[in-house]
Design a binder for this molecule. Sequence first.
Ligand SMILES: [Zn+2]
Length: 284
Amino acid sequence: MPELPEVEITARRLTSTLAGAEVESALATGVATLKTYDPQLDRLAGGRIEGVRRIGKMLAVDIDAGEPLTLLVHLMSAGRLQVFDRRASLRDRRSRLLVRIADGRELRLREFGTRQSAWAKLLRRDDVGADEMVATLGPDAFPPPPLETFAELVRQPRHLHPLLRDQRVIAGIGRSWVDEILWQARLSPFKKGSELDDEEVERLHDALPLLGEVIDHYEEVIGESVPDKLPMPLEVHRREGEPCPRCGTTIEAVFFAEHQTNYCPEEQTGGRVLKDRRLSRLLK
Ligand SMILES: [Zn+2]
């Protein structure tokens, strides 16, 4: 699940390999992957890739095609945007969007699993900021917003786990890193933002730079291209049954229909083990 650090390293690596490359053609192979029709994808032919930026959890491929255009890509939960030396077979079921480079390479949006939820929009550069997915984003989680701004954002009567993953509140955090941030801050995923005292807000704010440390980690361990599976340095997420790296207490999990949250009961929930919803998940 690509979140802020994974999307950031992807943007950096794509920029270093693609900046200046000429587009030969582009083709959307996924069902309804391309959400826009003006400008048409054909406009990219002959254009030059300027670079790739991260906007929240989205990637923005800037292409000069006579006019400045941007291919905005959301990887959703299982998408990858990668460069391949050879072109994909059109039978590749994972392909969603192909941008063929004049030198024979190909920038390919692929998606693992059966669902087709990753999407792309081709926009005029000036219109990117007004796109609903961009315009509604909260400030980036890294670098963190000032403490006062952050305090205003999180003091809402909502559980911290969904609150911090809400891109309109703060951008870049998803199901993996939210667990790590809450563990770092020693806060329960089920505590409400409005229940935090000043010291707890500060602890939560102080945990955000871990996203930057993860980017630094990727910079060190990832080579020229980003692999399908990133070496995510997770301490608690998906580590139920293992000892907490800080205090040794067994890490617990709460399972939901499509995700799970992990926490250290000793340090985050006052010693309480929260109700496991796995049974209701299996009965669905
Ligand atoms: Zn612990």
